[in-house]
Design a protein around this ligand. Structure first.
Ligand SMILES: Cc1ncc(COP(=O)(O)O)c(C=O)c1O
Length: 367
């Protein structure tokens, strides 16, 4: 099976881990040991901002950033339903209410007009998601946020390597949150990072990461244990150095696949422009005018032929039992339509040219 994603780990990562294990320290009680500190410095450079705060999952980064951006009990946060559930979890964990808004069918990202429509007196923040690794439309989102005095917390979990107006995705938000889960463009097994240019937000992120403590046994606010270990940071440092090569290979594979699939009038292919460069975390196509059943059948057939195609996300968050029960029914026509039509194909750096050709040909034959 050609998996949809694959961690690419070399001898350098293994050596970096062994070095930490031999010499220690393995972690730091206040959150930032020498490896974590080095990793944060490099990650902030990569993200084009002053601060990076490394944590133990992307979900922890999202939760901390939502709190640090000022979301409190009863505040509303506008976000897409067409995302991984962690985006919404972060809002609920902070005591906020997720307000799901519809997407732009061209990019699958939050549609700025739909954000505007959902702003109320209780809105405190917007959480756009760089879905599949394609940057959100940062300019209009920043304008809406400025007009209504809202914070922007960007879910950049899938966006390592994506750009908007020649800058890394996430730069225009008050905080951006990255995942380092094993499927992501770079990984530390489990891990996450929150990045920001705002000194106050960075300070709060660091407090939240380690029990609200600046000094031991003297909590200044409610915190958690969201610390990244030194072992994870050592892997992260090596992976970050490899990111440009990883993304270049993903782009090469994506281009080759696009060339092969361009002839099909049944598929809408993923877009990329000079203004918005993809991270190619997921190469997602849309089966035009199809019902969920037809899409599911294609995915099943691809899997039978050894291609790890997956539909992200078959259940939009607003339709999940927990969210429907607590936050009520909502109609999001573009989200619901996309959820029945999209599926992703493997383009990760471990996919060879011959495999890309096989994926393209197999899909065309099936169609
Ligand atoms: C869009 C999105 N948000 C949040 C997360 C959560 O990240 P993690 O799995 O590292 O907690 C992920 C990845 O799993 C994701 O894809």
């Amino acid at each position: 099976m050609i998996p949809i994603n694959l961690p690419i780990i070399g001898e350098e990562e293994i050596e970096a881990v062994v070095k930490v294990m031999r010499n220690g320290p393995l972690t730091s009680a206040l959150g930032a040991g020498p490896m974590v500190t080095q990793f944060e410095k490099k990650f902030a450079e990569f993200a084009g901002v002053k601060h990076a705060v490394a944590v133990n999952t992307g979900t922890a980064a999202l939760h901390s950033a939502v709190v640090a951006a000022g979301v409190k009990q009863g505040d509303e946060v506008i976000l897409p339903s067409f995302t991984f559930v962690a985006t919404a979890e972060a809002v609920v964990m902070a005591g906020g209410e997720p307000v799901f808004a519809d997407i732009d069918p061209e990019t699958y990202n939050l549609f700025p007009d739909e954000i505007e429509k959902n702003v109320t007196k209780k809105t405190r923040a917007i959480m756009p998601v760089d879905l599949y690794g394609f940057s959100v439309d940062s300019k209009p989102i920043s304008e809406i946020a400025a007009e209504h005095d809202l914070a922007v917390v960007e879910d950049a979990a899938q966006a390592h390597g994506a750009t908007y107006a020649d800058k890394p995705a996430g730069v225009f938000a008050d905080a951006a949150c990255w995942s380092l889960y094993a499927s992501k463009n770079i990984t530390t097994g489990e891990g996450g990072v929150a990045t920001t240019d705002n000194d106050e937000i960075a300070e709060t992120l660091r407090l939240i990461r380690t029990h609200g403590e600046k000094a031991k046994y003297s909590s200044l606010m409610l915190g958690y244990n969201y610390r990244m270990s030194e072992i994870q940071a050592a892997i992260g440092l090596v992976q970050l150095g490899k990111l440009p090569t990883f993304v270049a290979k993903r782009r090469e594979n994506a281009k080759r696949l696009t060339k092969l699939l361009a002839g099909s009038d049944r598929l809408k292919l993923p877009m990329e422009s000079e203004e918005r460069k993809h991270s190619w975390y997921l190469y997602t196509v849309r089966l035009k005018n199809s019902t969920g059943n037809e899409r599911n059948k294609i995915v099943e057939e691809l899997q039978k032929k050894g291609i790890g195609a997956v539909a992200y996300y078959v259940n939009p968050v607003h339709q999940m039992p927990y969210y429907r029960e607590i936050f009520g029914e909502r109609e999001l026509p573009e989200t619901e339509k996309a959820a029945g039509q999209v599926f992703s194909l493997p383009v990760h750096p471990g996919v060879t040219e011959a495999q890309v050709d096989y994926i393209g040909k197999t899909l065309l034959d099936l169609l």
